[in-house]
Write a protein that binds this ligand. Structure first.
Ligand SMILES: Nc1ncnc2c1ncn2[C@@H]1O[C@H](COP(=O)(O)OP(=O)(O)O)[C@@H](O)[C@H]1O
Ligand SMILES: [Mg+2]
Length: 308
């Protein structure tokens, strides 16, 4: 597993990572969430041994990243931010180079290269230089180099950043496929990513841990948790609907979207309010075309948690 104790990194007077202690176990896909500058990349660089902590410690499967860096790094596959690679190398030459660095030899080397090339569907671009590849393929080459030695731990720094929606989906699917039995840590500032791939999310703001929860647990902190949205058939009924819903004691507030002909009722104390609302709406003669219970809004929770 991964374990850190009081992990801290200072740059002069700036504390980039401030006293982080956590553990991650196999099977977990941990999302590192935080605004730009929160300390995500710095934390990942310490875990991967690229920079040394100012204080505190980190272990990868029992190997101290500072005193036993080679053993620690052997367990890790790392996709750095922006997935840098040697642009003038062909995709194949680059992957072979990384396989050599990882100490793979002979039949094992061939088999691992074949496996990652197949898994990331790189066959059509193997002879192309990396700088001529599309962003999506370049990211796949980055992922391939991270997993070529079949590491137990994958650390991916903003793996979908800058990709188009289809490519994002592709990368998330790959991460889901790779996650079985492994530890995956991915950093992101994209909230939908948390729902799409993570089993757990740590929110970091200004270097400090401000939340550590499941995606559903985070969403449940939202004031929209269990809120009920109604799409009206006739927008002119909005006023009537609002009045009817607002009169319920279980409803704390009602938000109206005039243009969309939509109304959202926020529950008092997070209680379930679907039943009373649908009854009341029917009594009031309001026609509803869609009705939805919200899990909660991650963007709102994120803003609240990371607000400076
Ligand atoms: N080498 C460095 N020297 C000085 N400050 C740095 C250095 N690396 C990162 N920082 C600062 O540390 C903070 C955290 O940065 P970073 O870990 O890259 O954040 P994130 O990845 O969450 O966007 C930022 O304020 C950044 O400017
Ligand atoms: Mg970063």
């Amino acid at each position: 597993m991964i374990k850190t104790e009081h992990l801290t990194k200072r740059y002069g007077r700036l504390t980039a990572v401030d006293d982080l202690s956590f553990e991650v176990v196999p099977g977990e896909v941990l999302g590192f969430l935080g605004p730009n500058g929160a300390g995500k990349t710095t934390t990942m660089r310490m875990l991967t041994g690229f920079i040394t902590p100012t204080s505190g410690r980190a272990w990868i499967y029992g190997h101290d990243v500072e005193s036993d860096p080679i053993a620690a790094r052997t367990c890790i596959g790392y996709l750095p931010e922006g997935a840098p690679a040697y642009g003038e190398m062909t995709a194949r030459a680059f992957l072979e180079f990384i396989a050599d660095l990882r100490g793979l030899r002979g039949a094992v080397r061939r088999a691992r290269l074949d496996t990652v090339i197949q898994r990331l569907e790189l066959a059509p671009v193997l002879q192309q230089s990396i700088e001529t590849l599309s962003k999506g393929f370049r990211r796949r080459v980055g992922l391939a180099q991270a997993i070529v030695h079949d590491p137990a731990v994958l650390i991916l720094d903003e793996p979908t950043d800058g990709l188009d929606p289809n490519q994002k989906h592709e990368v998330r699917t790959l991460i889901n496929e790779m996650s079985r039995g492994k530890i995956i840590v991915i950093s992101t500032h994209i909230l939908e990513e948390v729902d799409a791939v993570c089993t757990r999310a740590m929110v970091i703001a200004r270097g400090r841990l401000v939340a550590d929860d499941t995606p559903a647990g985070l969403a449940a902190r939202s004031r929209y948790h269990n809120a009920v949205s109604l799409q009206l058939e006739r927008p002119e009924q909005l006023a009537v609907a609002r009045e009817a819903v607002a009169a319920l004691p279980q409803v704390a507030a009602v938000e109206v979207d005039e243009r969309g002909g939509k109304l959202t009722a926020l529950p008092a104390g997070g209680a379930a309010i679907l039943g009373p609302i649908s009854d009341r709406i029917a009594q009031a003669g309001v026609h509803v075309v869609a009705l939805r219970v919200e899990p909660g809004r991650l963007d709102e929770v994120f803003r609240t948690l990371t607000h400076l």
